[in-house]
Design a protein around this ligand. Structure first.
Ligand code: MG
Length: 248
């Protein structure tokens, strides 16, 4: 079942989304050569808890940290640890906060120091594809319109869309109906209605779309070792068009 929020509920959810967005912003500022992924995670947790919120991902399904931090060929669900970020790395941070009954969820990929033009182009295309998807998040459209727009944007640039993981509804639960694939057919899938809140999150690979999950049972990597980028916003569908709730 897809939950519909009224304007009071959306206003409450916006608070959780602002905390999530600020946590992501903080992470972005910390991505520098020499920092460990654990240090970034620790600051994220400290910030989220300082607001009275709780990190949505901590212990979710057994996940051991407050943020997923995925480097280079890691797509999503990287576990923060002692890995030291190096110049030229691209670092995807995915973070959510739970505040007064609602979750926010967002992600972005940041470059550490000088990154290659190829890595920059992948990040730019992934970020832009998210906005292409968000444009389609309007009442009357269908879920497939979002995915199709993302897929079209990245595939003409030679990139591929991860199939095994998709976006999702978000609200009182971190993951709710519907699934929001980053690929699809226009005009297919559930119809979008005002009050739906979706986490739209393209995961885009420079090479093929296949992924593998490492032995830690979380870290998801590209099968061919190519770079991957990830951008995500929590978006409300409203009569006046899409509203990005995870804006700081
Ligand atoms: Mg998400």
């Amino acid at each position: 079942m897809i939950s519909i929020k009224n304007s009071r509920e959306l206003t409450a959810m916006r608070e959780a989304c602002i905390i999530s967005a600020r946590a992501l912003q903080l992470a972005g500022k910390m991505v520098e050569p020499g920092v460990t992924t654990r240090e970034i995670d620790r600051e994220i947790r400290k910030y989220i808890e300082s607001t009275g919120a709780t990190p949505s991902f901590l212990n979710y399904g057994g996940f051991p940290a407050s943020a997923c931090i995925s480097v280079n060929n890691e797509v999503i669900h990287g576990i923060p640890g002692k890995r030291v970020i190096k110049a030229g790395d691209i670092v995807s941070v995915d973070v959510g906060a739970f505040f007064e009954g609602y979750h926010g969820d967002n992600a972005a990929t940041f470059g550490a120091g000088d990154i290659s033009p190829e890595a920059q182009a992948l990040m730019d295309a992934t970020r832009e594809s998210l906005y292409e998807g968000i444009k389609m998040a309007v009442p009357g459209n269908r879920i497939g319109d979002i995915g199709a727009a993302i897929q079209r944007y990245v595939e003409v640039r030679g990139y591929s869309v991860v199939r095994q993981f998709v976006g999702h509804g978000v609200g009182t639960n971190l993951h709710e109906d519907p699934s929001v694939p980053n690929f699809g057919t226009p005009g297919r899938g559930p119809r979008l209605l005002p009050g739906m809140t979706l986490a739209i999150e393209p995961m885009i690979n420079a090479g093929g779309y296949e992924v593998s999950i490492l032995k830690d049972e979380w870290t998801t990597v590209t099968k061919d070792g190519s770079l991957s980028a990830h951008f995500e916003h929590t978006v409300a569908i409203t009569q006046d068009g899409p509203v990005i709730l995870t804006r700081p």
